[in-house]
Write a protein that binds this ligand. Sequence first.
Ligand SMILES: NC(=O)c1ccc[n+]([C@@H]2O[C@H](COP(=O)([O-])OP(=O)(O)OC[C@H]3O[C@@H](n4cnc5c(N)ncnc54)[C@H](OP(=O)(O)O)[C@@H]3O)[C@@H](O)[C@H]2O)c1
Length: 280
Amino acid sequence: MKVYCILSDQRVYQSRSPAMFSAVLRRQGIHAVYVPFAVEPADLGCALEGLRALHIAGANVTAPFKEAVIAHLDDLSEGARVIGAINTLVRDGRRLKGYNTNAIGIMDALGAAGCEVEGRTALVFGTGGAARTAAFILTWLRAREVWVAGRRLDRAREITERFGGRGVPLEMLRNVRLPAEIVVNATSASSPEESAELCNLVQGLDLGACRLLLDLNYGRRRNFWRDKAEAEGIPFLDGLLPLAFQARRSLHLWTGLLVPPEEFLEALAPPGACPPAVPA
Ligand SMILES: NC(=O)c1ccc[n+]([C@@H]2O[C@H](COP(=O)([O-])OP(=O)(O)OC[C@H]3O[C@@H](n4cnc5c(N)ncnc54)[C@H](OP(=O)(O)O)[C@@H]3O)[C@@H](O)[C@H]2O)c1
């Protein structure tokens, strides 16, 4: 029996990863479990030592530790080094190597949705690890220009100084026609309950040029990004598709198996509901 896990703070108990991975591992006939671990920030180093000592077969790491965990690792993949954030740990004896499958998950999801990035202008909301990852992959896929918008202009500029593009304050987006053809929400807010202020700002955006709105969040009953896309006739994707694709890449790193994305999407659907589809 192998043990895989996900490390986060108390939000780990809301993560869909344990249910999704457990279902896929079972279906693949892999004798393993995937469990959530809530870690206090001050205990992160001990938690990593625990993974080594307990022979955990592999792990995911999510907010708020994607960047902080790097200091406790033995090695990083090239992509993780460039992005500066990881979400997957691969164990080789006592050595832990960090990878970033978030970026490739976004790339795979955009590809599955038929969204061509090359030559397009993109606008990323947020300045945390997910925004940094989205800005990296959009630049790597040769977007013409990537704008990063956040409450903290210093953090937005830190991202664009690293990957190119333009850091802008959120407030600057009001009442201007935005050139963005691809919009990515990489903030942690998607429902009016999470932020009435951001909801209000999004409702007033001029997204006339937008061809795809990707919200990296999922599972919100009310979602102001989805409402905006529907109101403007813009194709919309929520975070389940990138989650399924990044999970598929993590499992590949741990086991060498490249399972079809539909298996992960099926595992994400509530009992009795239709799984979210991979766009044709
Ligand atoms: N589907 C997927 O595959 C996938 C992958 C990765 C992440 N995600 C999701 O993406 C979200 C962000 O993840 P993360 O790792 O980047 O988290 P993070 O490092 O905590 O960053 C959160 C970002 O959201 C911004 N934000 C929060 N509330 C806001 C508001 N009301 N208005 C404007 N900005 C706001 C924060 O801005 P301040 O700094 O100003 O607070 C920060 O820039 C999370 O909800 C995560 O679950 C999904």
